[in-house]
Write a protein of this length. Structure first.
Length: 121
């Protein structure tokens, strides 16, 4: 599950250098409020809507989708044989940020498809 945090920063250019304070805010969604076993959009439905295949299938399912609020929560079970695990922080693989962004894009694509389908019916 991706927990999205906003980062805030300020740059002080008057002193001749950039001073950046980064502070994470609260998560947009509280993960404890979701049942990770639920299925709002299945893998089969995702495959019908998303063109990505093989290594770029970044969603197993959506566990929550709120079309009015524009919020969705996706799940991807990370496996030891993922293509990036061997080289990305060996011994403690952490999903690369670019793949998290890809996952977020796929969640957005599925959400928009569901929203468009809802409005057509």
């Amino acid at each position: 599950m991706i927990l999205v945090h906003y980062l805030k920063f300020r740059a002080n250019l008057n002193s001749g250098f950039i001073e950046i304070d980064i502070m994470a805010s609260q998560p947009i969604l509280d993960p404890s409020t979701f049942n990770i076993d639920s299925v709002a959009v299945s893998k089969e439905e995702i495959l019908e809507l998303n063109a990505q295949r093989d290594e770029f299938e970044q969603l197993d399912r959506l566990i929550s989708i709120d079309l009015e609020e524009g919020l969705a929560v996706g799940i991807k079970k990370q496996r030891a044989e993922e293509f990036w695990t061997r080289g990305h922080i060996p011994g403690r693989p952490i999903m690369p940020g670019v793949l998290m962004i890809e996952m977020a894009a796929q969640i957005g694509r599925i959400s928009e498809s569901c929203k468009n389908q809802f409005h057509r019916n």
